[in-house]
Design a protein around this ligand. Structure first.
Ligand SMILES: *[C@@H]1O[C@H](CO)[C@@H](O)[C@H](O)[C@H]1NC(C)=O
Ligand SMILES: *[C@@H]1O[C@H](CO)[C@@H](O)[C@H](O)[C@H]1NC(C)=O
Ligand SMILES: *[C@@H]1O[C@H](CO)[C@@H](O)[C@H](O)[C@H]1NC(C)=O
Length: 607
């Protein structure tokens, strides 16, 4: 390594005055001088980016409390985004959204396998030549990835075609992706390699550190920054193809973590296995879980926490490696999970795929140059915002096909957008939710109850999460493909136990100072825009309904002068249930715009 001249001179001067004993003591300060010199140089460069993505990690079930190293390196040293949402609570759609910056309705990768999803669908839709690592390479980055990229990326199809966009890669491949002790990884263009007998999180940690070294070498030799994606499978359920039939069993921790957390149980919140059914549609018909099932699910929960310990150590080792190389101060680290998870809430067996907060809210941390330490960001952010965030941190331009916008980065890289629309609008208060297909119970022997099918079909719905601490509302509204409706007021009902969507037995008449029907008319119209939004209409949806730009929030829209407009607005209504994004099953696609105030009748068809 060539030393910067001033640092070399400093060492020479210090060494000249030091005797042998002192030299030992001087090692530390000298290292720091060197490190800070190097950091100053790197600061002038584009920052490095490390993106750690866990699989099925919850926010709501308290997993973060059991990750002390994550707390130390990311929570205390970075910003926690406490209102971060996943649009589609299923691995593959969520991951394609992450790496393209588009909602599933704009990628049409809506499931984990063909015809509606998986790696082949990602390729078919043209994204293998149009996604984040490719854009980052164009922006001057060396790009690396290890772990799970997408579902249905297999030992059979990994080379037809190879994943594009990475200078170095080491992917987990199906059907071995979720086999904690029998995993298969596939490096660059080499043949897949079995790691049977080793714990997958230890394997990925080794691989991640190797890729970091490659990235660091590129910074030192060519001044090229790096992006490293690290996607361990923990705490996803284990699936071992050598033990057919393929089933989703408890996660398997490393030997050294097996003994931890004895006696820990799923948090017993009011919605845990409640005495009366909750939710609508198939969820309302779930039987209460018996004691043996609850015990087994508590064990499943502990196995998740134990499996996450390997990830906690991975975070520590990544930070240490960056620090040792002197690049930590010029590196952003982003940590999140593809989707959330529920265990026992609303009587649900372990799993995801639902619209409740357990499934759609996930951890998000960002640390790096200028990012406030120990801060909690309250703005609503979502997975569609993360590709825009990464490009923004890289100093690259936003793309017109992005459905999201960079997350707030106070004191971080100066916010520069190339779209006037974003500058002229307040940051939005909504998260868009959408799902197509089935719901699956996870954990050996788990089911939706003796009278329900093994797998629930027609788990297709649109949802809207609206959160504004400023205006005092916190809502979830959804419409299912059988036209069941749901509305929760989370300010009064944080566990989403009381559906206040009006029915004959409903006693709720007012919400936010308006009649509940008037509120629902607004929510329905907003969801009508969001369910087929594209680009800026996804983050400024009210501007579609109110093109004059005078309405930016639910509060604005609740002005009574708009009552008639919203009463007459086109309503969301499915024609039928489908397992994928079949447009003609999804009812009306366009509604009316509010143009003039005369008699409140000034609406015209949008588009
Ligand atoms: C990484 O790939 C990009 C795009 O092919 C290329 O321009 C760059 O030189 C590569 N970096 C290294 C270290 O090979
Ligand atoms: C799913 O929905 C389709 C179309 O709406 C319907 O024909 C079918 O019976 C439903 N299946 C179940 C299991 O409810
Ligand atoms: C999404 O993909 C499915 C399966 O290929 C196809 O039938 C459907 O028409 C596509 N939807 C859209 C909106 O392109």
């Amino acid at each position: 390594m060539r030393l910067p001249t001033t640092a070399a001179a400093a060492i020479a001067a210090l060494a000249a005055t030091a005797n042998a004993f002192d030299l030992q003591q001087l090692q530390q300060p000298l290292q720091s001088i060197l490190k800070s010199q190097e950091n100053k140089q790197h600061q002038k460069q584009q920052p490095n980016i490390v993106f750690i993505l866990t699989d099925d990690q919850d926010l709501q079930l308290d997993s973060l409390s059991y990750m002390p190293l994550l707390q130390k390196h990311l929570q205390r040293e970075g910003t926690f985004y406490e209102n971060h949402f996943v649009p589609t609570a299923l691995c593959c759609p969520a991951r394609v959204t992450l790496w393209t910056g588009r909602y599933a309705h704009n990628t049409n990768v809506t499931n984990v396998k063909p015809p509606y999803g998986g790696y082949p669908k990602f390729v078919e839709q043209g994204f293998n030549s149009n996604f984040l690592p490719i854009w980052l390479q164009s922006a001057g980055y060396n790009t690396y990835y290890t772990g799970k990229l997408f579902n249905s990326h297999t030992v059979e199809n990994y080379h037809s075609p190879h994943v594009a966009g990475f200078n170095g890669s080491d992917f987990l491949l199906d059907p071995f992706t979720y086999s904690y002790l029998n995993s298969v990884y596939q490096r660059n263009h080499h043949e897949p390699t079995s790691y049977a007998g080793r714990h997958t999180t230890d394997v990925i940690t080794e691989k991640a550190l190797g890729l970091l070294d490659d990235g660091i070498a590129g910074v030192e030799s060519a001044g090229r920054p790096f992006f490293v994606g690290i996607a361990p499978v923990a705490p996803h359920a284990n699936m071992n193809p050598s033990d057919p039939p393929l089933k989703m069993t408890e996660p398997i921790p490393a030997e050294r973590h097996k003994h931890l957390f004895k006696g820990v149980k799923v948090p017993r919140k009011p919605h845990f296995n409640p005495d009366t059914p909750s939710g609508v549609n198939w969820i309302a018909s779930l039987p209460q879980q018996d004691e043996a099932t609850v015990d087994q699910n508590d064990h499943f929960y502990r196995q998740r926490l134990r499996a996450l310990q390997g990830v906690d150590e991975l975070v520590d080792q990544v930070v240490t490696r960056l620090d040792d190389a002197g690049v930590l101060d010029n590196t952003y680290i982003i940590y999140t999970s593809d989707n959330g998870y529920h265990i026992g809430q609303h009587r649900l067996p372990p799993g995801k795929e639902c619209g409740f907060d357990e499934d759609i809210r996930v951890p998000l941390f960002i640390r790096g140059p200028g990012i406030p330490k120990g801060r909690v960001e309250k703005a609503v952010t979502a997975h569609v915002d993360l590709a825009p965030t990464v490009l923004h941190l890289a100093g690259a331009a936003q793309r017109d096909d992005f459905d999201g916008i960079p997350v707030p980065l106070p004191n971080g890289r100066k916010q520069v957008y190339n779209r006037e629309i974003i500058e002229s609008h307040k940051r939005h208060e909504h998260a868009n939710v959408e799902f197509w297909g089935i719901a699956i119970p996870e954990g050996e022997g788990n089911s939706f109850g003796p009278n329900n099918p093994a797998v629930v079909e027609n788990n297709t719905y649109k949802g809207l999460r609206l959160h504004s601490p400023e205006s005092g509302y916190d809502l979830y509204y959804s419409v299912w493909c059988n036209n069941a409706h749901e509305l929760y007021d989370l300010t009064k009902d944080p566990y989403q136990l009381h559906n206040i969507y009006p029915s004959s037995s409903s006693i709720h008449r007012y919400l936010l100072g308006a009649s509940i029907d008037q509120v629902i008319n607004r929510l329905d119209a907003l969801l009508l825009v969001l369910k087929s939004c594209r680009g800026h209409t996804c983050h400024a949806p009210w501007s579609v309904l109110h093109p004059k730009g005078d309405v930016e929030t639910l509060k604005d829209a609740l002005d009574s002068k708009f009552d008639y407009f919203y009463e007459e607005q086109v309503k969301i209504e499915y024609d039928r249930c489908e397992g994928g994004y079949i447009v003609d099953a999804e009812g009306p696609q366009v509604g009316y715009q509010y143009l003039t105030e005369r008699d409140g009748l000034g609406w015209s068809h949008w588009e």
